[in-house]
Design a binder for this molecule. Structure first.
Ligand SMILES: Cc1cc2nc3c(=O)[nH]c(=O)nc-3n(C[C@H](O)[C@H](O)[C@H](O)COP(=O)(O)O)c2cc1C
Length: 174
């Protein structure tokens, strides 16, 4: 049984690339990649450690009405999962230039759903490492997870991910 699962969406874009990167870094045999597109909350059951990958797209049309996207369908179900004893972390793709006022917002939406559960959310990141105006992903003056911007600073992604994996190592058993 693989220890860690990465529930991610959408497929084939930046979120998917980072999921592959994390799996490669941690060790392919240790990590299961699970697209949220066809996932159910029962798929959380086998894993004590879960990483979530999400991008922020179409916030202007979101506003409580789930879009017909991968996460649009799965996000409202997340809080129905049993997270007792589970440790979770989130990474979020965004664009800090074009969307400086809603930078990685969906990471915050997902965190709010997870906060309704018994999940222990780890992997918070200092806001000082980023330039942005506003973000719904900031809680207690920190990002609730790891923001990444593959549109405007892709060169920073590998080091940000590596550093974060080391940080997760304090709470995750890899
Ligand atoms: C229509 C649209 C809306 C977006 N809105 C936001 C936003 O509100 N905040 C943000 O940080 N990024 C926003 N982005 C940028 C995406 O999150 C970014 O391009 C991300 O890398 C996409 O990852 P994906 O291809 O895996 O979905 C938006 C992108 C698009 C195309």
């Amino acid at each position: 049984m693989k220890k860690t699962a990465i529930f991610f969406g959408p497929e084939k874009g930046a979120v998917n690339r980072v999921a592959d990167m994390i799996r490669h870094l941690v060790g392919p045999d240790m990590v299961e990649l699970i697209p949220v597109k066809n996932a159910s909350v029962d798929d959380f059951l086998p894993y004590d450690q879960i990483i979530f990958g999400i991008s922020t797209v179409g916030k202007e049309t979101w506003d409580g009405k789930p879009a017909a996207s991968d996460w649009g369908v799965f996000l409202p179900k997340v809080s129905l999962g049993d997270f007792k004893g589970k440790t979770v972390a989130i990474y979020g793709l965004g664009d800090h230039i074009t969307y400086a006022n809603s930078f990685v917002d969906f990471m915050g939406l997902l965190a709010r759903e997870l906060m309704k559960t018994e999940a222990r959310i780890v992997g918070q990141v200092p806001v000082d490492d980023y330039e942005f105006e506003e973000s719904a992903a900031v809680f207690d003056e920190k990002f609730i997870g790891l923001p990444l911007d593959e549109d405007f600073e892709p060169e920073l992604t590998p080091d940000r991910v590596k550093k974060w994996i080391v940080q997760l190592g304090k709470d995750f058993i890899f």
